[in-house]
Ligand binder design. Structure first.
Ligand code: ADP
Length: 783
C-alpha cells in the first residue's frame, strides 16, 4: 500500500489510476508515452482507455493478467510495445504501463520508417502472428476501402477487418507462405474485388521481419497496377477483337462464291480465297507471282493467246479497271473459262498498291451457251425448212423471228402483226367475211394470251384473195411471264379453191341423189296407189263371185252333185284366199301411204279373245290339235281397235295351226302386267330357226320360201301383224325353237278411251262377223 502511494507520487512512472473504475489520475510519463493529455483520459473506464489506446493483442479487460506484455498506439498512432502491471486495491486500480526499452520500430528498423515516408509505394507493417496493422503510409491506406483508407480506422486493427475478403483469399496464402518460410514472396497483378472500386490489381512484396529467432512483423510493399493491367487488358481485348475481325474477314473472304485474290504491286499473291486457290494458284506454298512458273496458257475472247502480264490482275496494277473479261485458261489439258474483273487499289499518294481480282468459273455456262446456240441453230434450220410460216412476235408486237416460209408472206405477216394497219390496199376478214380490225387480229389475240387453233382468215390484197390458216399460242417462262407469241401460218388459198370445187361437185351429186330419191319415192307411191286401186278393183268381182257361190249353196245346195259341190267349195276357198291376198296388199299399201286409221274402243278383251279362239276351233279340230285359252280373268275391259286386234290374233292362230302337226297343242294366254296386257299364242309346231327370226316380220319373209314348201302362204301376214301391233302402241316378241314350237307374245298398252261404248256386243254378231273374217284369214287352211 505504501509502495502504491509512493508510486502515485512519482511522476516518472507511467501509470493511470482508477478510482471507482474511472480514471482518476494520469501520470506525466503516461501522457508523454501515449501523447494523450490528462483531459483526454480522465473519467473514462479502463475499457474505454484500452479502446482509445488500441491496446492489443486481444485484451480481455475482465480477466486481464496482473502483469503482461501488450502494445498500444499513441495519439499519433505510433506503435509502442508495452507491459502492463495492475495493482488493485479496494476502490482503486493502478495500471502501470511501461514502454519496452528499444522497442520502437523507427529505432529498430529505421528503413521501415524511411520506406513509409517515401509514399512512393504503399507500405504497411503488420504484427505477427496476430496480423494487426501497426504502421502504414497513406499510399497503402489509399488502397483500402473507406473508411479504412484513414489510419484512424485501420491502425491497430486485424488485417481481416480492414481488407475485404481477406480470409481464405489467394493473397492470404502468400502471406502465410512468407511467414512460414521467412522469405519474401512476390505477388504479381493480384486481383482484388472491393466494394467501392470494384476490381483493382496489385503488385506486392511480402517481407517477413525477424527479431531474434522469430518473425515479428510482415512488411507489405504494395504497388497498384490497376491502370497498367486494365490498359494492357484493353490492348489484349483490342488485339482479340482485331484477330476476330481478321478471322471474320477471312471467313467472309473465303465464303465469297467467286474466286478473289489480291496481287501486290510486285506481282505476288497477297491473299486469296479457297476458290481462287483451286482455280488459279498452282503454287500455293510460295506466294510468288502466279502463273509465271505455271504451264497454263491464257486466251482472250477472240481465242488469241495472251501473255501473263496482260491478264486482268496485272493490267489493274498498271491502273486499268477491267470488267467481266472472259479468259480461257488451258492448264494440263484442262480448259476452263473465267469471267474476270480487276481493280487497282491506291495508297494515299495515289500510287497503285495492289490489285483485287474477282472471277467466276463460267466453263459450264459457256458450254451451255454453246449448246443452246447449237440447238437454236438446229431449231432454226428445222423451222426454216418447214413449209408452214412460223413467226415469233415480241411483247410489243415486234417481230422476233420468222422462218423462210413466213418471209414469203412477209407483207401478210406485217398485216397480221399489225404494222401495216394503215395500208388501205390490204384488208382482211374472217370466214364469215366480217372485217378483222385492230385488236381482233390473230397476233393481237395471241399477245392477249389467247390460243388460236386453225383460225382461217381471208386477206384481200390488190383485189386478190389469200386464205390463211393460223394457229398460235403465247409462250411463257417458268415463272409465268410472257416471253413471246408463236404463230404458225399456212397459205390455204389453193386448198380452199379445191375445197370449193369438191363442195360444188358434192352438192351436185347430192342434188342428183335427192332428185333420184324423189323420183323413186314418187314411183313407189304410184306403185302403192296402183296396187291399192287394183286391189280394190279385185275385191269387187271377188265379193260378187263369193256372193254368187254362197247364193248357189244357199238356194240349190241339195240339187248339186257332189262333184259340183266340191268344185264350188274350191271356188269359194280360192275366192277367200284371193280376198285375203287383196286385203293384205291393201293394208300394206295403205300403211306405206301412211293412211292407217286406228279406231280404239273399250271392249271386254277376254270375251273377244274367247270368241276368236272359238271361231278357229273347227280348223284346229280338223288337225286334232288341242286349242286352249288360259287366263285368270273372266272379263277385262281395255281400249282397242277390235278390227286390228282380230287380224293380229287370227293371223297368229292361223300360223300356229298351219305350222303345227296333228295331235299337238296350241295355247292362247291372256295376262296383264303393270301398264300392259299380254296375249300369247304358243304352239308345239316346227319352230323357227334363230337366224330367220328377224326375216319372218319382213314383207314376204318366209322360213321356207321354196315352191315345194308344205304350207300355203304369202309371207305378208306377220309383217302386217307387226305393223298393227306397233300402230296400237305395242310390241311383238317371238320365242321359238326348231321342232319344239313357237310362242308369239303381243304386248299392248292397258288403257281405256273416255267415250262410253257398249263394250260387249251380242255373241251372235261377234261369231258371225268373226267367222267371216276367219274364213278369209284361214283360207290357206283347208277344212
Ligand atoms: P305366211 O303367209 O307365209 O304364213 P307370215 O308372214 O304369216 O306369212 O309368216 C311368215 C313365215 O313365218 C312363215 O312362212 C313361216 O315360215 C314362219 N312362221 C310364222 N308363224 C310360224 C309358226 N307359228 N311356226 C313356225 N313358223 C312360223
Amino acid at each position: 500500500m505504501e509502495d502504491r502511494r509512493y508510486l502515485e507520487c512519482i511522476e516518472e512512472i507511467s501509470y493511470i489510476l482508477l478510482k471507482n473504475h474511472k480514471v482518476f489520475k494520469v501520470s506525466q510519463q503516461f501522457a508523454e508515452i501515449t501523447e494523450y493529455t490528462t483531459a483526454d483520459l480522465l473519467g473514462k473506464s479502463i475499457a474505454e482507455i484500452f479502446k482509445i489506446l488500441r491496446v492489443g493483442p486481444s485484451v480481455d479487460i475482465k480477466n486481464i493478467a496482473e502483469k503482461a506484455d501488450y502494445f498500444l498506439f499513441t495519439k499519433s498512432l505510433e506503435f509502442r510495445s508495452i507491459s502492463i502491471e495492475i495493482i488493485k486495491e479496494e476502490g482503486s486500480q493502478l495500471f502501470i504501463i511501461r514502454e519496452k526499452p528499444n522497442s520502437r520500430l523507427e529505432a529498430k528498423h529505421t528503413y521501415l520508417s524511411e520506406l513509409c515516408k517515401s509514399n512512393f509505394v504503399g507500405v504497411a507493417v503488420y504484427s505477427v502472428p496476430d496480423m494487426i496493422l501497426i504502421k502504414a503510409n497513406q499510399q497503402y491506406l489509399d488502397f483500402l476501402e473507406p473508411p479504412f483508407n484513414k489510419s484512424y480506422y485501420s491502425i491497430g486493427k486485424n488485417i481481416d477487418k480492414i481488407i475485404l475478403g481477406w480470409s481464405g483469399s489467394k493473397v492470404e496464402k502468400f502471406w502465410k507462405e512468407a511467414i512460414l518460410t521467412g522469405k519474401a514472396v512476390q505477388v504479381k497483378e493480384y486481383e482484388h474485388i472491393g466494394y467501392e472500386r470494384g476490381i483493382t490489381y496489385w503488385d506486392s512484396i511480402i517481407i517477413p521481419v525477424t527479431e531474434g529467432e522469430s518473425i515479428k512483423y510482415v512488411v507489405s510493399n504494395t504497388y497498384e497496377v490497376t491502370e497498367k493491367v486494365l490498359n494492357r487488358k484493353k490492348v489484349e481485348e483490342q488485339i482479340d477483337a482485331i484477330n476476330l475481325q481478321n478471322k471474320e474477314m477471312e471467313a467472309v473472304f473465303e465464303s465469297i462464291p467467286n474466286g478473289v485474290f489480291v496481287r501486290s504491286k510486285e506481282g505476288d499473291i497477297l491473299q486469296q480465297n479457297e476458290i481462287s486457290r483451286k482455280l488459279i494458284e498452282h503454287s500455293n506454298e510460295s506466294k510468288t507471282s502466279y502463273g509465271k512458273n505455271s504451264e497454263a496458257k491464257y486466251f482472250n475472247e477472240s481465242g488469241k493467246e495472251i501473255d501473263i502480264e496482260d491478264m486482268p490482275s496485272f493490267r489493274a496494277l498498271k491502273g486499268e479497271k477491267i470488267k467481266n473479261q472472259r479468259i480461257t485458261v488451258v492448264d494440263n489439258g484442262k480448259e476452263s473459262v473465267l469471267d474476270m474483273s480487276s481493280s487497282p487499289i491506291y495508297d494515299k499518294e495515289n500510287t497503285v498498291l495492289m490489285s483485287v481480282t474477282a472471277f467466276d468459273d463460267i466453263t459450264e455456262l459457256v458450254s451451255n451457251e454453246k449448246k443452246i446456240r447449237n440447238n437454236r441453230e438446229q431449231l432454226k434450220a428445222i423451222i426454216d425448212n418447214m413449209s408452214d410460216g412460223v413467226v415469233a412476235i415480241g411483247k410489243c408486237g415486234n417481230l422476233v423471228m420468222l422462218n423462210k416460209a413466213a418471209e414469203k408472206h412477209f407483207n401478210v405477216i406485217k398485216i397480221i402483226e399489225g404494222r401495216n394497219k394503215n395500208d388501205s390496199e390490204i384488208e382482211y376478214f374472217d370466214v364469215n367475211m366480217k372485217e378483222l380490225r385492230e385488236g381482233s387480229l390473230p397476233s393481237d389475240r395471241i399477245l392477249r394470251g389467247e390460243i388460236i387453233t386453225e383460225y382461217r382468215i381471208i386477206i384481200k390484197r390488190y383485189s386478190e384473195n389469200i386464205y390463211m390458216c393460223i394457229s398460235g399460242s403465247p409462250v411463257y417462262d417458268d415463272s409465268g411471264n410472257f416471253l413471246f407469241g408463236m404463230m404458225c401460218m399456212k397459205d390455204i388459198t389453193e386448198k380452199v379453191k379445191q375445197e370449193r370445187i369438191i363442195k360444188s361437185q358434192h352438192d351436185s351429186v347430192l342434188q342428183a341423189e335427192f332428185e333420184r330419191n324423189e323420183a323413186l319415192e314418187k314411183t313407189i307411191a304410184m306403185k302403192d296407189e296402183f296396187l291399192s286401186i287394183i286391189s280394190h278393183e279385185f275385191r269387187t268381182p271377188l265379193n260378187v263371185i263369193n256372193s254368187a257361190v254362197q247364193a248357189m249353196e244357199y238356194i240349190c245346195f241339195n240339187e248339186l252333185s257332189n262333184n259340183t259341190k266340191k268344185y264350188l267349195g274350191m271356188i269359194k276357198l280360192n275366192t277367200f284366199r284371193q280376198l285375203r291376198l287383196v286385203n293384205n296388199i291393201l293394208d300394206i299399201t295403205s300403211s306405206n301411204l301412211k293412211s292407217t286409221k286406228i279406231n280404239k274402243k273399250n271392249i271386254d278383251i277376254v270375251f273377244f279373245i274367247d270368241a276368236i279362239v272359238e271361231s278357229v276351233r273347227s280348223y284346229a279340230n280338223k288337225k286334232e290339235i288341242d286349242l286352249i285359252l288360259e287366263t285368270s280373268y273372266k272379263e277385262f275391259v281395255v281400249a282397242i281397235d277390235s278390227e286390228k286386234f282380230e287380224r293380229i290374233l287370227l293371223n297368229l292362230l292361223s300360223n300356229a295351226i298351219k305350222f303345227t302337226s296333228n295331235n299337238k297343242k296350241i295355247t292362247v294366254r291372256f295376262n296383264t302386267l303393270k301398264e300392259n296386257i299380254f296375249i300369247e299364242v304358243s304352239d308345239e309346231g316346227i319352230g323357227i330357226p334363230s337366224d330367220k327370226i328377224d326375216t319372218i316380220f319382213e314383207q314376204f319373209g318366209q322360213v321356207d320360201s321354196s315352191l315345194s314348201r308344205q304350207v300355203e302362204g304369202t309371207g305378208l301376214g306377220l309383217s302386217l301383224v307387226k305393223k298393227f301391233v306397233e300402230d296400237l302402241g305395242g310390241r311383238i316378241f317371238v320365242n321359238s325353237k326348231v321342232s319344239k314350237g313357237s310362242a308369239f307374245i303381243v304386248m299392248l298398252p292397258n288403257e281405256k278411251v273416255t267415250e262410253t261404248y257398249e263394250y260387249r256386243s251380242s255373241k251372235e254378231f261377234f261369231y258371225n262377223h268373226i267367222l267371216e273374217s276367219t274364213r278369209v284369214e284361214f283360207s290357206d287352211i283347208y277344212l
